[in-house]
Ligand binder design. Structure first.
Ligand code: DGJ
Length: 533
């Protein structure tokens, strides 16, 4: 899968002809923006990360087999997995590359890409992955201080010794990746994990307090549309009730930027930061982790941490209203949508399609490996496979056509949706054609929704009257936008993707098309030509 491209003569020939072999490395993965849309380019073409994130303590030789078997079952093309600072730098300045090398080698054996998660200064707002030698010196590697003067279980973004140590370790990690990964197994790196602080809104140490009482940096004012305020205005004066969270976001972003910039300077892979979210419908300060790239402070992070390519939401909500709101908040002209973590619960898998409708570059449910014994919940599937199945259905369907999906999305030709409870139909507009997606319809009966909202559908316009259509637990039909006209199917081809190309299998007609195009639990891909009469 990932071999060097021999760009010139083979070494043997070159020796005999006295020429030097030229070996071209694979191009670096990169984020590309065009016409307001983003794509992750891998091997110089749009790529879609169909991922799964391992559990936090799964990146060890003893547990990796339980990760790979789940990845295989899921048909995921990428694994997100942590790199632990405590393992990587057991003694100051001594780096242990063995685990990284093991993960890389095994990923290649399994023909799977990697997104590596740097569990550095922050992991879910705490410093639990700092090496022991740092934890034992809290007076040097400082904690956040709360309003009453007590240390909190969270690293201070003003701790210069911690920052220097993180820069040194992260740079060593990225330098090593550059040296050992010319195959580009690693697509992206996450810098830290869910940065910020629980339990207090910001650092109240004297050093932090002094900055809080000082002027807000001009870049932050501009990014937050506060350019009109007096240049000397302090955080409280500018941001009022949001002052503490804005200040902490700036402080954390400033720290992460220095780590990210140092790593990127040695190996410029796409980098991102993930966010523990606030409730997108009502999220006052104090109700969420303060300091990370939550939706209200995205502009602060963007201007303060320009070395990060993406700010990405970890979505653990399962209701459509909140899920769709979060997707829309992180799908911005200055931010590619990437979902690096989402609940692995079966009811959430369908939102991959909602995200595809917003040109997502990757989607990765959390904790889908076999290291965890799941307590059965009432009504929930019991076997591990039943738990993985909805994501596996997605990836069995989308995996083979992934390159086409990513390209069509980058070209702005694709729309996709997931079922919302109580909403039985959705309409997608393609100029003269409307594609209607319905759920729980039988024969010519009206749609009444699936018993649980698990439907999903995707339509891409290939030509004026030709569409690529697929889905699960849904029905798709086409209608001319002109109400005086009616549609007829000219040809409905069912095919399957082989080596990335649609291969014709049969023409569907009669019962298979008379009530619309029906998708169940099995992968089915159609190319549909329509006309009017
Ligand atoms: C979000 C974090 O980023 C993950 O590492 C993990 O802790 C999950 N929450 C919850 O299990």
């Amino acid at each position: 899968m990932r071999r060097f491209i021999i760009a010139a003569l083979l070494a043997g020939c070159s020796a005999s002809f006295g020429l030097q072999a030229q070996v071209t490395e694979r191009p670096l993965p990169r984020l590309v923006q065009k016409d307001g849309r983003y794509a992750l380019f891998v091997d110089s073409a749009p790529f879609l990360i169909l991922g799964a994130q391992a559990n936090n303590s799964s990146a060890w030789p003893a547990t990796l087999p339980k990760v790979w078997s789940a990845i295989e079952y899921l048909h995921a093309n990428s694994l997100e997995i942590p790199i632990y600072w405590e393992q990587f730098e057991p003694q100051p300045g001594q780096f242990d590359y063995t685990l990284i090398d093991t993960i890389l080698a095994q990923a290649r054996e399994h023909h799977v890409h990697l997104v590596l998660l740097w569990f550095g200064t922050w992991k879910n707002g705490s410093q639990h992955y700092m090496p022991e030698w740092m934890k034992l010196q809290p007076e040097r590697y400082l904690h956040v201080i709360d309003k009453s003067g007590h240390p909190v279980d969270s690293p201070s973004p003003f701790a210069t010794a911690s920052l220097d140590a993180d820069i040194r370790a992260f740079t060593a990690f990225m330098r090593h990746l550059k040296a050992v990964d010319s195959e580009r197994t690693v697509l992206m790196v996450q810098v830290e994990n869910e940065t910020g602080t629980w339990g207090t809104l910001r650092d109240y140490s004297p050093a932090a307090q002094k900055l809080f009482e000082g002027p807000v940096p001009a870049g932050v004012l501009k990014a937050m549309n506060k350019a009109g305020v007096t240049a000397s205005a302090n955080w409280q004066e500018v941001f009022g009730p949001e002052a503490e969270v804005c200040f902490h976001a700036w402080a954390v972003a400033r720290y992460v930027e220095q780590v990210a910039a140092a790593g990127k300077a040695v190996y410029p892979l796409p980098l991102y930061a993930n966010a523990a979210l606030r409730d997108p419908l009502k999220g006052p300060p104090g109700s969420y982790e303060s300091g990370g790239p939550t939706d209200n402070v995205i502009p602060i992070w963007k201007v303060t941490a320009p070395s990060l390519d993406i700010l990405a939401p970890d979505i653990y909500m399962s209701d459509s209203a909140r899920y769709l709101k979060v997707l829309s908040l992180y799908h911005r002209t200055d931010n590619a949508l990437f979902v690096p973590e989402t609940s692995g619960a079966p009811g959430v898998a369908r939102f991959l399609f909602s995200a595809l409708g917003l040109q997502v570059i990757g989607f990765s449910p959390f904790g889908l490996d076999y290291t965890r014994t799941r307590r059965p919940q009432s009504g929930a599937p019991h076997s591990p496979e039943a738990f993985l199945e909805p994501t596996a259905q997605n990836y069995r369907l989308i995996g083979p056509m992934m390159r086409d999906i990513a390209r069509l999305n980058f070209e702005g030709k694709l729309q996709a949706v997931a079922e919302e409870k109580g909403k039985f139909t959705q309409t997608l507009h393609f100029g003269p054609w409307d594609a209607t997606v319905s759920y729980g319809a039988s024969r010519n009966n009206a749609a009444k929704g699936n018993p649980d909202p698990i439907g999903r559908a995707l339509v891409a316009q290939l030509k004026d009257n030709e569409f690529l259509v697929t889905g699960l637990f849904s029905r798709v039909d086409f209608h001319p936008a002109d109400a005086n006209k009616r549609r007829q199917f000219l040809r409905v081809e069912e095919g399957e993707y082989e080596n990335g190309a649609f291969k014709f299998m049969r023409i569907l007609n009669g019962d298979q098309t008379d009530w619309g195009l029906n998708f169940g639990s099995e992968p089915q891909v159609l190319r549909v030509s329509v006309s009017t009469y």
